[in-house]
Design a protein around this ligand. Structure first.
Ligand code: ADP
Ligand code: TPP
Ligand code: MG
Length: 357
């Protein structure tokens, strides 16, 4: 059994020391990291500095019944890197802020940090600071990521223009099916035998996409190599429909995407069938794909259609045509943002005192 040491035995500073032991700064832009009142960063004049932040709350964004802490740490860092790549930038530093309840031991935090540190090693990012405090309500993780973009090369959500092509990387809906699978096994295990291990054979890809997603650094590198600067770009965290509507609203354009071109993995399709769910709906609204959605001028058609891992799914239109999906049988449906929304009624957390009323 893994030993359990109360966080109180080390205190805040002891814990921070333990978690950040042996960390070395890798990037030139990281002048000074952990240990003072603020980190010191230094970016050259030809770079833009990009800043993004994400808040992850236990029970809202993750469930520790089926998410190992190391995976959670890895994913918390990755979702921030993904936002920097979505600006056509390169992540350089993160700060990590934690709210911890008494349920968590030093060993738990070491696991979480092992995941964060692994992601930082793989993506060449420095951890330069953070904050640690106690919490009454489980685990809270907030990561801020700082990245660099080349002046004139940063890509916003508002640059899509009529006739541009709409591209998406990888495949969609798998992380969502992974979550459905884990939720199903959780409720089955609760009812039956605690010792029984669920059988995930043939569904590994879905679990990997939910538990250990990657950010598309490779695509950003390839676009640069090919000399392509997307006109608009964002990452798919809440679902393709929702993100496409963001791009179209902010760019004041409409769009047409084609059901038959939406990239979906075989395992996602099998799982949707098993759950009796509409596959296209899952791919459009599932979320947590952390793929890149971008638009390019029609002149780049040949280049993007030859890029591995990139699919053309439609095109940008005049704003008055609205945003629509063309189904396999040629019908047109208005795109709606039905993606995951932590603030919508059913999922909006209720105050404990209100619940007991
Ligand atoms: N509480 C907040 N205060 C200020 N800005 C916020 C807050 N929450 C979100 N934003 C900003 O709103 C914009 C959209 O946020 P969001 O939908 O969360 O984007 P993403 O899906 O990329 O994380 C971003 O520019 C983000 O920084
Ligand atoms: C217990 C649990 N509930 C819900 C989800 C699904 N989920 C968590 S984060 C997320 C999308 C992104 O979250 P958000 O707070 O909107 O991040 P942002 O778009 O701001 O980056 C989704 C679909 C999950 N993985 N686990
Ligand atoms: Mg956000």
């Amino acid at each position: 059994m893994i030993s359990r040491t109360e966080i109180a035995t080390l205190g805040e500073f002891g814990l921070i020391r333990r978690l950040t032991e042996g960390m070395k700064l890798k990037n030139k832009s990281s002048q000074y990291g952990i240990g003072d009142d603020a980190a010191v960063l230094s970016y050259p004049a030809n770079k833009e500095v990009l800043v993004t932040t994400d808040l992850l709350l236990e029970g809202v964004h993750f469930d520790l019944i089926y998410v190992p802490l190391k995976h959670l740490g890895y994913k918390s860092a990755i979702v921030n890197f993904s936002d920097i790549y979505a600006m056509n930038g390169i992540p350089q530093q993160i700060t990590v802020s934690l709210g911890l309840s008494k349920r968590f031991s030093i060993e738990d935090m070491e696991e979480l940090y092992a995941g964060i540190r692994l992601a930082c090693e793989e993506y060449n990012v420095d951890i330069v600071g953070g904050d640690t405090s106690s919490s009454y309500t489980g685990l809270t993780i907030s990561i801020t990521c700082i990245g660099e973009g080349e002046k004139g090369k940063v890509v916003y959500r508002n640059g899509a223009r009529e006739t541009d092509l709409i591209c998406v990387t990888g495949d969609l809906g798998a992380a969502y099916m992974g979550l459905q699978l884990l939720e199903r096994e959780k409720s089955v295990l609760r009812r039956v035998d605690k010792e029984l291990q669920p059988d995930f054979a043939g569904k590994e890809y879905l679990l990997e996409r939910q538990l250990k997603p990657e950010a598309r650094r490779d695509i950003i590198e390839k676009l640069a190599e090919e000399g392509i600067k997307p006109t608009a770009m964002m990452d798919v965290s809440d679902g393709l429909s929702s993100e496409l509507l963001h791009i179209c609203t902010q760019s004041n354009v409409g769009c047409r995407i084609y059901e038959e071109h939406i990239p979906i993995d075989y395992q996602t399709a099998v799982m949707a069938e098993e759950f009796n769910m509409n596959l296209t709906t899952c791919a459009l609204n599932g979320g947590e794909d952390y793929e890149l959605l971008f638009t390019v001028p029609i002149a780049d058609h040949e280049k993007v259609s030859e890029m591995e891992g990139v699919k053309l799914i439609g095109h940008i239109t005049k704003p008055d045509l609205g945003c629509a999906l063309i189904t396999r049988d040629g019908q047109e449906f208005e795109l709606k943002a039905q993606g995951w929304n932590p603030l919508k009624e059913e999922s909006h957390a209720t105050e404990k005192s209100e619940e007991s009323k």
